[in-house]
Design a protein around this ligand. Structure first.
Ligand SMILES: NC(=O)c1ccc[n+]([C@@H]2O[C@H](COP(=O)([O-])OP(=O)(O)OC[C@H]3O[C@@H](n4cnc5c(N)ncnc54)[C@H](OP(=O)(O)O)[C@@H]3O)[C@@H](O)[C@H]2O)c1
Length: 385
């Protein structure tokens, strides 16, 4: 019998890769529901191909535009945050791929968790802003959150069979992004187009800019803290430009376990969908002989000044990760629009995070308030139009 899945963010980089995995799994999965933002052309193709029962788009106007095609394919149409939440709760879908970018992905991810689904989680920002809440709701509903981020999938795989008391630390690897070797003095001239040219991964725009600043790795540390119940002191990052080792786990006796694989998101997506099974995906395998060398080095905080801000948010918790994430979303959008230069990403986030005194953030209302307040502060730190 095939398993029904719902995909939040089906038109994005992860969403499209998830559908490719569905294609490769020979009928093991069927698509029950899809949520997208505004890419109607891509969504229309997905509706015709996968015949979901329910689709959702970001805006009401777009829902009207796609209604005729959806009706002919037997799908009902919803829109906005409530539409995405409906997709997350779709009756009969036991797995939800959570791949909407940023804070917008949080509420639908929470819905999927509350509904007790298996959540294949790509939207790391959900755990950054609401890790404690998501864990509490998962414990209540029986939902299982399985990581899609390649580093966290690596940790998840390394931890299989390791008792918590035997675990000493977890190391996430980072590619270093496109500016790993750029002379520091030249960073201020780097444009959005250059930041979007990632050396190893093809991803959505927001996560690609986050990789260039290393904010992505900071968010991933907070994500790992909640996924694996780790103390901040148990989490480390090493820059590893080859992106072959995704994560390492060190045990009490000093043994290091590593997970390796090609830089292809379809592998961790597939594992999140088939876990605990493993299936042949037909994807290219890692050729270790061709790699020749594996390098690891610590994070240079002068090159990546957002990274220590994220580490502070990891240590202090509460409202700080929410504020960090909100300020970063505002800064990345401004950088992509050409409103601020590359160093402005740090300046905007620092303007919000440095004076922030953490307070509790344990309900969706509190999280939304802190998010909105930090966005206002971040916008005030932007240059006037
Ligand atoms: N890409 C990767 O390799 C990768 C790896 C690890 C983790 N992640 C994480 O996975 C998430 C998705 O990343 P991505 O690279 O796939 O991003 P992306 O290519 O930008 O795709 C984002 C998806 O979310 C949809 N979306 C955006 N805002 C929405 C809203 N308000 N309501 C409904 N749908 C909305 C977009 O729809 P439209 O395009 O139709 O507007 C699109 O389908 C991020 O949290 C990222 O950090 C990505």
């Amino acid at each position: 019998m095939s398993r029904a899945i719902a995909i939040l963010g089906s038109t994005g980089s992860i969403g499209r890769s998830a559908l490719d995995v569905v294609d490769r799994m020979g009928g093991a999965f069927r698509v029950a529901a899809l949520a997208a933002g505004s890419n109607l052309e891509a969504l229309a193709g997905q509706i015709e191909k996968y015949r979901p029962r329910l689709v959702s788009v970001g805006a009401r106007r777009d829902a009207e535009r796609i209604r005729g095609l959806a009706r002919r394919s037997g799908a009902s149409v919803a829109w906005g945050p409530e539409g995405a939440a409906e997709v997350a709760r779709t009756e009969g879908a036991d797995t939800v791929v959570a791949a909407i970018t940023g804070m917008s992905g949080f509420a639908p991810t929470l819905e999927a968790v509350k509904a007790g689904r298996r959540v294949a989680l790509a939207n790391k920002e959900s755990l950054v802003v609401g890790g404690a809440l998501l864990r509490r709701e998962a414990a209540r509903s029986g939902a299982r959150i399985i990581p899609v981020d390649s580093e966290h999938s690596g940790v998840f795989q390394c931890l299989a069979g390791i008792e918590r008391r035997h675990l000493r630390r977890v190391i996430l690897t980072a590619s270093g992004g496109p500016f790993l070797k750029t002379p520091l003095a030249e960073l201020r001239r780097k444009t959005a187009a250059e930041a979007l040219r990632h050396p190893r991964w093809v991803m959505g725009r927001k996560v690609t800019v986050d990789s260039a600043t290393m904010m992505n790795k900071g968010l991933e540390l907070i994500e790992a803290r909640w996924l694996f119940d780790l103390e901040p002191s148990e989490l480390e990052v090493l820059v590893h430009p080859q992106c072959a080792v995704h994560a390492l786990v060190e045990t009490a006796d000093g043994s290091l376990l590593a997970q390796l694989g090609p830089a292809d998101m379809r592998l961790p997506i597939q594992y999140a969908l088939t876990w605990p099974e493993r299936r042949d995906s037909g994807l290219a395998r890692l050729d270790l002989g061709a790699l020749r060398k594996l390098e690891f080095r610590p994070v240079d905080e002068r090159r990546y000044p957002l990274f220590p801000l994220a580490r502070r948010a990891l240590r202090e918790g509460g409202s700080l990760p929410v504020a960090l994430n909100a300020a970063n979303e505002v800064a990345v959008a401004a950088f992509l629009e050409g409103r601020i230069a590359f160093p402005g990403l740090h300046a905007v986030v620092a303007a919000v995070v440095e004076p922030h005194r953490p307070r509790p953030a344990d309900s969706i209302e509190a999280i939304r308030d802190i998010d909105a307040e930090a966005r206002r502060e971040a916008r005030r730190a932007l240059p006037r139009r």
